[in-house]
Design a protein around this ligand. Sequence first.
Ligand SMILES: [Zn+2]
Length: 166
Amino acid sequence: MKALENSNIDSNELCQKIRNGEYLEEEIINSLRILGIQGRWDEVWNVSHALGIEISWIQDAEGAVFVDLGSSGEVRLSAPIGAVLPFQLWIHTHPWTAYWSFTDRTALRNFAGLLEVAIVLGNDHWKRSRCRLTMGQTLPDGIEDPLNMWTDEEIQQYPVVSEVMA
Ligand SMILES: [Zn+2]
């Protein structure tokens, strides 16, 4: 893994390869890892759309990135083998519209204090939620719903600005 951040990924070419059925899963996963690190999340969505599946992208406590190619159904947030909690960022794609689905809201509840930022990607927009807890902090007494520990933010248009990664 050398200079990943500087790798030059052509996501249009990758989508074309996918449509032609000429791709290796390893190439897709590597490309998605890099596109995510480079903050090119609209292109991550494009690749997921070409594949017809939902993608999950996790950056762990040490900055390592884990990509999971889901099925055409909803991807779930789970801790990949070797990943270190708490996670810095979890991004996943939806087929078209970005919102917190029932499954996603369950994930946010379960990962309150274990995940800093969650982002869901749609076709031309995305949605973010940030955990208000200090990482590693357990849920304070009197909190009825852990979902209340997450910010409720407006839908945003691409491109994703870099402050999200800060
Ligand atoms: Zn979702």
